[in-house]
Write a protein that binds this ligand. Sequence first.
Ligand SMILES: CC(C)(COP(=O)(O)OP(=O)(O)OC[C@H]1O[C@@H](n2cnc3c(N)ncnc32)[C@H](O)[C@@H]1OP(=O)(O)O)[C@@H](O)C(=O)NCCC(=O)NCCS
Length: 219
Amino acid sequence: MNIQSAFNLTEIVALWPNDGSEPSRGAPQVPTLYTSRLILRPFSLADAATVQRLAGEREIAAMTLTIPHPYPDGAAAAWIDTHASAFANGQGLSLAIVLQATGELCGAIGLVLAPDHHSAEMGYWLGKPYWRQGYCTEAALALLQYGFQTLNLHRIHAAHFAQNLASGRVMQKLGMRQEGYLRQAVLKWGQYMDLVLYGILWEEWLEVLPATPGRTGWV
Ligand SMILES: CC(C)(COP(=O)(O)OP(=O)(O)OC[C@H]1O[C@@H](n2cnc3c(N)ncnc32)[C@H](O)[C@@H]1OP(=O)(O)O)[C@@H](O)C(=O)NCCC(=O)NCCS
C-alpha cells in the first residue's frame, strides 16, 4: 500500500491549536491510500452528487445509524466540508473509495479517532452496484494498515446491526474479533436494533496480516 501522508496521530493532534484557531500551514492533509483495485482518497465537493445518489439508496441508510433517508440536498457537500478540519484536529478520517480502473466513486470509509486512547471506530458503506466484489474488505484492510502503521493506533473497533450479515462478514474477514452483543441498543426508524461489536488490537493485526485476503495484491 502506498500512502501520501506520514503523520502519526500524536503529531496530527500536536499540530492543531487548542484555542479554536485555524491550524498552521503545516497541518496534515487527508491521505490517499492505494490498493490493488482501489484508490482511497479525500472527498472533494465535486463528489457530492454521487454521494447523494449512492448513499441515498434506502438499503444504505437502513443499515447505518447516521445516514439520513431521503438524503437531503446539500447534506453531502456539508459532510465533505467537515473532512479536512476533522482530520487536521485528530477527530476523524473520511475517504472516498474509488475504482482505479474507471475512476468511479463507489463508497466511503473512515475512522472516528479517539487520540487520548489510541483507538478508532471504523465505518463504511458501498453503493449497491458495487456490493459483493470484495471492495469493502480491500478498502478496510488498507485503512487498518494506515491506522495501525501510520497513526500508531492500538485498537480499531466497529459495530453492525445484527441483521447486517454482510458487514459482519467484512469484519470477520479483516481478522476482527466479536467482542460483544448489545440487545436493542439503538433506535432505528422506530425499532430497537441489536448491535454486534467487533475489535482488533495492534498485536492481533500483526498476527492476521499475512493471512488477510488481498494482502499480496497491494501495490
Ligand atoms: C456492508 C457493505 C459495506 C459490504 O460491502 P461489500 O463491498 O459488498 O463487501 P465485501 O464484498 O468485501 O464482503 C462482503 C461479504 O459479505 C457476504 N455477504 C453479502 N451479503 C450477505 C448476506 N446477505 N448474508 C451473508 N453474507 C453476505 C459476501 O458474500 C462477502 O463475504 P465472502 O467474501 O466471504 O463471500 C455493503 O453491503 C454496504 O454498504 N451495505 C450498506 C451499508 C452498511 O451496511 N454499512 C456498514 C454499517 S456497519
